[in-house]
Design a binder for this molecule. Sequence first.
Ligand code: ZN
Length: 56
Amino acid sequence: MAALLESARRRLADVDAALERRAAGGYGVCETCGRPIAPERLAARPAARTCIDCAT
Ligand SMILES: [Zn+2]
């Protein structure tokens, strides 16, 4: 239960961060390498902060 809550909270934090980045014009850009995140990754994970290369 605690783990479920924790993962839900982390997802919410990711969504908040994505909304902030969109407001700042940085949505869809990898936080680690600065390159654009693949559209199919954003479609699967709209709140993704990093590109697929940096996520692995
Ligand atoms: Zn990256």
